[in-house]
Ligand binder design. Structure first.
Ligand SMILES: NC(=O)c1ccc[n+]([C@@H]2O[C@H](COP(=O)([O-])OP(=O)(O)OC[C@H]3O[C@@H](n4cnc5c(N)ncnc54)[C@H](OP(=O)(O)O)[C@@H]3O)[C@@H](O)[C@H]2O)c1
Length: 250
């Protein structure tokens, strides 16, 4: 019979003690990723505008801090980096997940909403990448992960704007992957199909109904995919991972 304290199994928590920054952590995929990683003993810096939700996640786990704000603000990424360094002394993973979805045919789309989407989905993603890339290059280690979308690989009617923003980030990451290939810095895009989150809350009919998808992904399904990519050994990079509901005929 084994006696004494139960020691954590290192193979059960391969990322224990690592540090990750997650944007869009107040909802959906980002919140599920935060819960998954915190349970796997990763130290976290969370970001979003809805502070109460970030605080609620932080209360459940040790070593989780959060920063409230709009990711489009020019200094948001550097404040997140500073916070990670101040609280945890390092950062290993920078997960850019925040995003919005605004759809419409090109002749009818609301241009102001389209531009707002471009600012968060593209401008903020570039700013975030730029800041963490510089830090990771100094360290010659680190992993940048973006939640893009299957719409970063495909296009369909009413999604010209959204797909454009996601194609932009896939292009950014593909160039970056080549630029970083001889370094210790990795870059990955996780590209989900339809996920049941608050992303589509403004639509009258949920896309799972209009597109006849019986079982959309859950946010936890995508969090599992993100975690799997993070767990790969240093000599392996997963640059693109498309994750679809089985009956998502896109
Ligand atoms: N759901 C899907 O079907 C699906 C499919 C493929 C890809 N994706 C992508 O997955 C990512 C996460 O989306 P989700 O489905 O989890 O949607 P969600 O539940 O609506 O979450 C979006 C997150 O982004 C944050 N956010 C939005 N605008 C922000 C801003 N200006 N500044 C700071 N944070 C902002 C939100 O936080 P606050 O509102 O608190 O600021 C929230 O935490 C997005 O990039 C989305 O494009 C989603």
């Amino acid at each position: 019979m084994v006696t004494g304290p139960v020691l954590p199994d290192a193979t059960a928590y391969p990322l224990a003690g690592r540090v990750a920054v997650i944007t869009g952590a107040s909802s959906g995929i980002g919140m599920a990723a935060a819960e998954k990683l915190a349970a796997a003993r990763v130290k976290l810096v969370l970001h979003g505008r809805r502070a109460a939700r970030l605080a609620a996640t932080a209360q459940k786990f040790p070593d989780v801090v959060w920063l409230e704000g709009d990711l489009v603000d020019g200094d948001a990424a550097s404040r997140l980096l500073e916070m990670a360094l101040k609280h945890f002394g390092t950062v290993n993973y920078a997960i850019n997940n925040a995003g919005i979805n605004h759809t419409g045919t090109i002749d009818q789309i609301d241009l102001d909403l389209l531009c707002q989407m471009v600012r968060i989905n593209v401008e903020a993603a570039y700013r975030f990448t730029y800041t963490f890339l510089k830090h990771f290059q100094q360290e010659n280690s680190g992993h940048l992960i973006h939640t893009t979308s299957v719409m970063g690989h495909k296009v369909r009617e009413t999604a010209g704007g959204y797909a454009g923003t996601k194609h932009a980030i896939e292009a950014l990451c593909e160039a970056l992957r080549i630029e970083l290939a001889r370094s210790g810095v990795r870059v990955s895009c996780i590209a989900p199909g339809l996920v049941r989150t608050e992303l589509h809350r403004d639509l009258d009919v949920h896309p799972s109904v209009s597109r006849n998808i019986s079982r959309p992904l859950s946010a936890a399904d995508v969090a599992d995919a993100i975690y799997w990519v993070m767990c790969q050994p240093a000599h392996i990079n997963i640059p693109q991972l498309v994750v679809l509901p089985q009956d998502h005929a896109i």
